[in-house]
Design a protein around this ligand. Structure first.
Ligand code: ACO
Length: 330
């Protein structure tokens, strides 16, 4: 028997000031605003300042989420940071964040999984809260993809942006808050999206740098196909696990990687356009940060009401997929 549930008690987000438009990209690589908009729906993205690292973005989002939850950092039991662009390989970005934010009682660890990271981290946080092991968990998804993108490769550099989103996960009445999590992995397709060098397989060397293997590598079309097929499937699984049907979904918030993928998944799920949130035109693909950035935009626009059912869907490196359904309660 479930003793207690877990809910989103606070949300916050942050994007760096600098905006990079499609017109700016036209001056950098052989691309056009028309191509980017028609293939992705993106118009602009935010890029971190040279002195800003991932934990700097995370800190801003985390403080906003704590303020929203009306909690202080000392109330936190755990800090989880989802990122594929950590400040360093170690120490963990969550440890740096925990220290800087003053979460003196909290443990901290990172989840390195890619664009599904926020949902994976929420599942862990909810599990701790529901089991009674923690009362308040800070989940932050923060990325500086601009640091690992090859700015000479038009096929990838136009797609990504920097940003951070954060959530405080706290106890809820049983049956409220998070209702389901579906976490899937398809590791045999992991080679389609990878950061080839910098790990134990291919340590950093002059040769790797010359081959530009320290930059993100993606076979976009293959990722596109996996995402269009996988997102509706993982979404259906999460909806079913929650004991609901597609018609019960008030808002679908999907990984903001490409408007065409979001539209195709929504169509397959039979979700009306008015129930599908999209802000990819303003931020580009911010990897793990994209869902909390979208969630926070929707929340601060006053669109979320108690009792509404939210569907969260993500796909990314791994190849990983994740779906979650929650009943909004504040
Ligand atoms: N400007 C102009 N032309 C371009 C650009 C560009 N920026 N990029 C690629 N092209 C060209 C290609 O060279 C190709 O030309 P060719 O036909 O002469 O060879 C043509 O456009 C079509 O290329 P495709 O890759 O087939 O285009 P597609 O319709 O698949 O769109 C895209 C590309 C947008 C990358 C799409 O495949 C996609 O969104 N894939 C999923 C990517 C994704 O979501 N990744 C993130 C997942 S995980 C994470 O978030 C980290």
């Amino acid at each position: 028997m479930m003793v207690r549930g877990a809910k989103l008690a606070g949300l916050g987000s942050y994007v760096p000031d600098r905006v990079l438009t499609n017109a700016d990209l036209e001056k950098m690589v052989d691309t056009t605003d028309e191509w980017i908009v028609s293939h992705t729906g993106m118009k602009e993205r935010h890029i971190a300042a040279p002195e800003q690292a991932t934990s700097d973005l995370a800190l801003m989002a985390a403080q906003r989420a704590l303020d929203d939850a009306q909690l202080s950092a000392e109330d936190l039991d755990l800090v989880i940071c989802a990122t594929v662009t950590p400040d360093h390989m170690f120490p963990s970005t969550s440890s740096i964040l925990q220290g800087r934010i003053g979460a003196t009682r909290a443990g901290a660890f990172d989840l390195l999984i890619g664009c599904t990271g926020f949902l994976y981290a929420l599942s862990v946080a909810s599990g701790y809260v529901m089991a009674g092991l923690c009362n308040h968990v800070l989940v932050v998804a923060a990325e500086t993809l601009s640091r690992i993108v090859n700015w000479e490769d038009r096929a990838t550099c136009v797609l990504f942006g920097d940003g951070a989103g954060a959530a405080v996960v706290s106890p809820a009445k049983p049956g409220h808050g998070f209702l389901s999590f579906s976490l899937w992995s398809d590791g045999l397709n992991s080679h389609y999206l990878t950061l080839p060098a910098g790990g134990s397989r291919r340590p950093v060397s002059l040769q790797e740098l010359e081959q530009k293997a320290h930059f993100l590598y993606m076979e976009g079309h293959e990722v596109f196909k996996l995402a269009v097929r996988g997102c509706p499937e993982v979404a259906e699984a999460a909806i079913k696990q929650a004991g609901l049907t597609n018609r019960d979904i008030d808002w679908a918030i999907m990984h903001q990687a490409n408007k065409r993928i979001i539209d195709a998944a929504a169509k397959r799920l039979g979700l009306p356009e008015s129930h599908v949130f999209c802000n990819v035109e303003r931020y580009g693909n911010t990897s793990a940060a994209s869902i909390p950035l979208a969630l926070d935009d929707l929340y601060r626009a006053g669109e979320l009401r108690n009792g509404q059912h939210l569907l969260l869907v993500a796909f990314g490196a791994g190849f990983s997929l994740a779906g979650s359904v929650l009943e909004w309660t504040k």
